[in-house]
Design a protein around this ligand. Structure first.
Ligand code: UDP
Ligand code: MG
Length: 321
């Protein structure tokens, strides 16, 4: 299979207003590189006409545009996964559809790739047009995840990046369900390097990442790359056990000396609530991991494709294997 040199993979969820500008700018940049390229937009169950527009674009520019249309909304990370499965390029560039990742940065990524790097990720120097809440939670999140995992996940780095074919081929074999792709890429290894850029404001439309999705994403990242929450449960257990061991003789001694400090229901109530809380939280954390194990065991396809360019997809290969 001899594909193009570059594939640009773009997850699309209700980005109708951004698509024409995205296509125009990606096209201009890719043409300037002077090598064969393809655009692989992955329609993630859009309902705003993005799907129809992508079909049209395919008709207009069949040489470059190869849309993958999913059967429903599977979420950003799975849409990206589908795109990576269908991309044929020797280097694959991943970016958002809302032009927050400027296509004009691509030549810099390509330059590093030509120098021999296998992953060139774009590091957000500044983020424009995003709420302080998003910026603050994101900054905190990247630093937190770095502390609790051994995989060197770069800070302030989204999915905007270029990956060599050999990295993509490894990623395609990692079929885990709850995905944190930027972490998975870091896990793969090879030669990785960052390139700074300024994250632009959204060109049009609203964010498709409400707080609910952000929290789920963060949880997937944490559980996917660390046992820290499980260990936390254990530490809390040791803490309350330690507290009990120390305080029992103290309370007993106090009582023998005639003190009434620990009389009454309030003390009992506090102890019971504290322990009950610790236990329920631990159970909940355990449940999060068990649920994820359950999801993996079911072994469903990661996404369902409704329409795609004529190449075999990884799920199909997996089923045959
Ligand atoms: N996206 C997607 N499926 C979803 C949510 C988002 O494919 O369920 C795409 C979206 O169209 C965009 C990218 O993922 O291309 C990033 O989303 P967004 O810009 O809304 O996130 P933010 O930049 O606000 O974090
Ligand atoms: Mg965005």
């Amino acid at each position: 299979m001899d594909g193009p040199t570059f594939s640009v993979v773009v997850p699309v969820y209700n980005e109708r207003e951004n698509l024409p500008e995205l296509y125009r700018r990606v096209r201009a940049v890719m043409e300037s590189l002077g090598e064969p390229w393809e655009l692989v937009p992955v329609d993630d169950g859009s309902t705003d006409g993005s799907t129809e527009y992508l079909r049209e674009l395919r008709k207009k520019d069949p040489e470059h545009v190869r849309p993958v249309i999913l059967a429903r909304n599977f979420g950003h990370q799975l849409a990206v996964t589908a795109g990576l499965d269908y991309a044929r390029g020797r280097a694959v560039i991943l970016m958002d559809a809302d032009l927050q990742d400027p296509p004009e940065v691509i030549p810099q990524l390509v330059e590093k790739w030509r120098e021999g790097y296998d992953v060139v990720y774009a590091v957000r120097q500044r983020r424009e047009g995003e709420s302080w809440f998003k910026r603050a939670t994101a900054a905190l999140f990247y630093r937190f995840i770095r502390r609790i995992t051994e995989v060197p996940i770069p800070v302030d780095t989204g999915d905007f990046r270029l990956m060599d074919r050999k990295v993509v081929d490894v990623l395609r074999r990692m079929r885990e369900r709850h995905r944190f792709i930027r972490g998975m890429v870091a896990w793969v290894g090879f030669r990785q390097v960052g390139v700074p850029y300024v994250r632009a404001p959204r060109y049009a439309g609203e964010t498709k990442y409400p707080l609910r999705k952000m929290v789920k994403f963060a949880w997937d990242a944490i559980t996917g790359f660390s046992y820290a929450p499980l260990q936390l449960a254990m530490y809390l257990g040791f803490l309350s056990a330690g507290l009990a061991i120390f305080s029992i003789p103290l309370v007993a001694a106090a009582r023998l000396m005639g003190s009434k400090a620990f009389y009454g229901q309030a003390t009992t109530l506090i102890a019971v609530l504290f322990l009950g809380g610790v236990q329920l939280i631990s159970l909940g954390i355990l449940g999060e991991y068990v649920g994820r194990i359950y999801d993996e065991v079911k072994g469903r396809p990661l996404y369902v494709v409704a329409e795609a360019p004529d190449v075999p997809d990884a799920n199909e290969e997996e089923r045959r294997a």
